[in-house]
Design a protein around this ligand. Structure first.
Ligand SMILES: Cc1cc2nc3c(=O)[nH]c(=O)nc-3n(C[C@H](O)[C@H](O)[C@H](O)COP(=O)(O)OP(=O)(O)OC[C@H]3O[C@@H](n4cnc5c(N)ncnc54)[C@H](O)[C@@H]3O)c2cc1C
Length: 303
């Protein structure tokens, strides 16, 4: 099946659960695969402190990530797949091949590409309800250890990692003050039974540093437009994500990249498909399905 002038039969961009599943399926169908990964194999799995909806007795994301890295190494040792440590910046579909442009300006070619770059964490500057100086750092909640969380810790946004954090630290009794805009209300249902969560409904927030540099000033406008000011010891981000789309993909009005809008040689898998169904097992299923979709389209052309 390999075309000697191309770098691979299938390029896979992103080695999270979706990309690794695509690589496993494509190599099982005798395709030569090249996986491009900008960071760590396993993707978002590295951030999941407690796991309970994936079969196989995995209790944390990093455990599963390590297993995926072992899968890729096994394929590499068998000469069926190569892992390229690089960042892809664009894709281009042609009638006979695809091109993937890397950040170092190198171009990779293949018969088809599976793009599984997932989503990237939003920062306060990506939102329209938080004002803060760009230099002000708000570390992600998922990375915070219980000992770093004090009674005056404020969390920006009610995204789902809140539930994961609470499950990962069942013994932590500290209260988290969650500043939640109306768009996050539905996400907070998942944690509504946990009395460690104190929701502060807001319409906008301004964060600054006091003159003495200790802690933060959190100035809130609540949903009735009343102004309240809190002194915080720490402010953590939990703002959700935006699709990590590449140049050359077709996005819908939400910024996600629906598979059926793409060039016939470009396949989308995992979280990048849509804001819905963002789970490990759905990512894996869609990665495997993307490889099969290419396999069948190719088989049909040759029949
Ligand atoms: C804190 C947290 C907790 C979660 N808990 C759960 C849970 O308990 N159960 C569950 O089912 N799901 C959970 N999820 C969701 C789950 O992690 C995702 O649905 C899943 O990881 C999506 O897989 P993916 O392969 O599409 O993307 P990702 O896992 O995001 O992987 C994308 C990969 O692409 C790489 N990449 C991105 N851009 C580029 C580029 N330009 N070039 C090269 N490489 C690139 C990234 O480095 C990354 O390795 C959680 C997510 C978070 C953030």
């Amino acid at each position: 099946m390999s075309t000697p002038s191309l770098d691979a039969d299938v390029l896979v961009i992103g080695a999270g659960p979706a990309g690794v599943a695509a690589a496993l399926m494509a190599t099982s169908l005798n395709m030569k695969v090249l996986v491009v990964e900008a960071d760590s194999v396993g993707g978002k799995l590295q951030t999941i402190g407690a796991l309970e909806n994936v079969s196989g007795n995995w209790t944390t994301g990093p455990q599963l990530a390590e297993a995926l890295a072992t899968d890729l190494s096994r394929l590499e040792q068998a000469g069926r797949c190569s892992l390229v440590r690089s960042r892809a910046v664009g894709v281009k579909g042609h009638s006979d091949q695809v091109e993937v442009l890397l950040a170092d300006t190198h171009v990779l070619t293949a018969q088809a590409v599976v793009v599984s770059t997932g989503v990237a964490a939003m920062t306060p500057s990506d939102t329209d309800w938080i004002s803060a100086a760009p230099s002000l750092s708000t570390p992600p909640l998922w990375r915070a250890k219980p000992e770093q969380v004090g009674p005056r810790t404020y969390v920006l946004g009610g995204d789902r990692p809140l539930g994961t954090w609470l499950r990962a630290h069942p013994k932590s009794s500290v209260a988290l003050h969650v500043l939640a805009p109306p768009t996050d209300d539905y996400k907070l249902v998942e944690v509504s039974g946990d009395d460690r969560i104190q929701v502060v409904p807001v319409s906008s927030v301004v964060i600054s540093r006091p003159e003495n540099g200790d802690g933060f000033i959190v100035e809130v406008q609540d949903r009735q437009r009343e102004r309240k000011v809190y002194a915080a010891t720490a402010v953590l981000s939990n703002l959700g994500s935006r699709p990590a789309a590449l140049e050359g993909l077709t996005s819908d009005e939400t910024g996600y990249c629906p598979p059926d809008l793409q060039h016939p040689r470009i396949f989308i898998a995992g979280d990048l498909r849509s804001g819905r169904y963002q789970r490990i097992t759905t990512a894996q299923g869609s990665g495997a399905e993307a490889a099969l979709a290419y396999y069948y389209s190719n088989a049909l052309q040759q029949a």
